[in-house]
Write a protein of this length. Structure first.
Length: 384
């Protein structure tokens, strides 16, 4: 596997020379400053590519070329936005960048309720707490009929939480769920937004009446138009699974399990229409057996996120160590052995040691990821 690292561009506080020192060879990045929906010009792609190559590294993967909301909910301007997407893809291909990751999650990309959950060993990790998430849905968003989506036990706990939660804790919950985890990945709610909940509610309203079937059709419509361009320019598109892999906030999610992935790969049956195998996202759904999925979908996988999660008895999920958890990374490394050129990156390392007070993007601190990178590199050395 090619050992890559997600780096957030020239402003990232982790430098490319730091990454060279720890054995990274490929870079995963994006033109983060370009707003979603606008074209990525060739000159800008080349400029960043040269910057990476001057450091003795390779720009291996784009993560992400984000898909505009209007493409997902089939808004009036979707065809224009798809045209722009095709131009960006063609420009990437012309510059020699062959792997492009994206996702098709409505409104909100990855979801966590806590960014600093203390662990027994003294490190901190990301966490998804079912009750706190339901609280956000029912009491903060006040989504119509939200209670119908939760069982009695959760609703009871949500009511109990309402008795003790402070205004500051509520603000923090909003900040984590819809601002801090989203801003740095070109999400829909920006850091500094004065009314994040109101913005978020407006975005949710775009999906009224859009069920799983309709969202699938919108994804198919998009793929039918962009895959021929990807093929022409020899670019592999690879969708990121939904994180977490189940419906949230009344929104459908369509990359959650074996049946969904089967559907997606057959919807446009072309090798350029592929998968980002995010082991942690898939593993956070108790319905998924991660190695079984890897065995089945490895031939259409273009990029691997080697990360692991654990689902707790109460349904919450947590980032596991890269050596443990439901993903079974050693087994995945064995499964991907026949694909030696496939780029992999580690993900969501714990916050630890002197990284605690630094201003890293959530899940993207240095030392925790470096530790995971060393663990995974060791596994690769032994197993392949
Ligand atoms: C979070 C990431 C996601 C991922 C996108 C890909 O840490 O794994 O934001 O980059 O979903 O489009």
């Amino acid at each position: 596997m090619e050992k890559t690292w997600r780096w957030f561009g020239k402003k990232d506080i982790i430098s490319l020379s730091d990454l060279k020192q720890i054995g990274v060879t490929g870079i995963v990045t994006a033109l983060h400053h370009i707003p979603t929906g606008e074209i990525w010009p060739e000159e800008e792609i080349l400029d960043l590519k040269r910057y990476i190559e001057d450091a003795g590294l390779r720009w291996s993967v784009v993560e992400s070329l984000p898909v505009s909301e209007s493409i997902k909910f089939a808004g009036r301007d979707r065809d224009q936005l798809i045209e722009n997407y095709k131009i960006s893809l063609a420009n990437l291909g012309k510059c020699g960048i062959r792997t492009v990751c994206y996702n098709f999650m409505p409104v909100i990309d990855w979801i966590r309720t806590d960014l600093k959950r203390k662990q027994a060993n003294g490190t901190y990790t990301l966490y998804f707490d079912k009750v706190r998430f339901a609280y956000f849905d029912i009491y903060i968003l006040e989504r119509e009929n939200a209670t119908a989506d939760y069982d009695d036990e959760i609703i009871h706990q949500v009511r109990e939480l309402d008795k003790t939660i402070t205004p500051q804790e509520k603000d923090e919950l909003i900040d984590v769920i819809i601002v801090k985890t989203q801003g740095f990945i070109n999400g829909n709610v920006r850091e500094g937004e004065q009314h994040p909940v109101a913005v978020f509610k407006r975005l949710l309203a775009n999906y009224k009446g859009i069920d799983k079937q309709q969202l699938r059709e919108n994804l198919k419509y998009f793929l039918e138009r962009v895959i021929p361009t990807a093929q022409e320019h020899d670019v592999n598109l690879c969708i990121h699974p939904d994180d977490p892999p189940f419906a949230v906030l009344g929104l459908p999610r369509i990359v959650t399990d074996e049946e969904d992935i089967d559907w997606l790969l057959k919807a446009v049956d072309n090798p350029h229409n592929g998968l980002t195998f995010c082991a942690g996202s898939l593993g956070s759904g108790i319905h998924n057996d991660v190695p079984v999925l890897a065995r089945k979908f490895a031939p259409r996988t273009h990029f691997v996120h080697l990360r692991s999660t654990d689902v707790l008895p109460n349904g919450d999920f947590i980032e596991a160590s890269h050596l443990a958890g439901r993903a079974n990374l050693p087994e995945l490394i064995r499964i991907f052995k026949p694909y030696p050129d496939i780029p992999m990156r580690v993900d969501h390392g714990p916050l630890m040691l002197s990284d605690l007070d630094k201003k890293y993007n959530p899940g993207y601190s240095f030392l925790g990821r470096m530790n995971a990178f060393a663990e995974v590199s060791g596994m690769i050395a032994v197993l392949t």
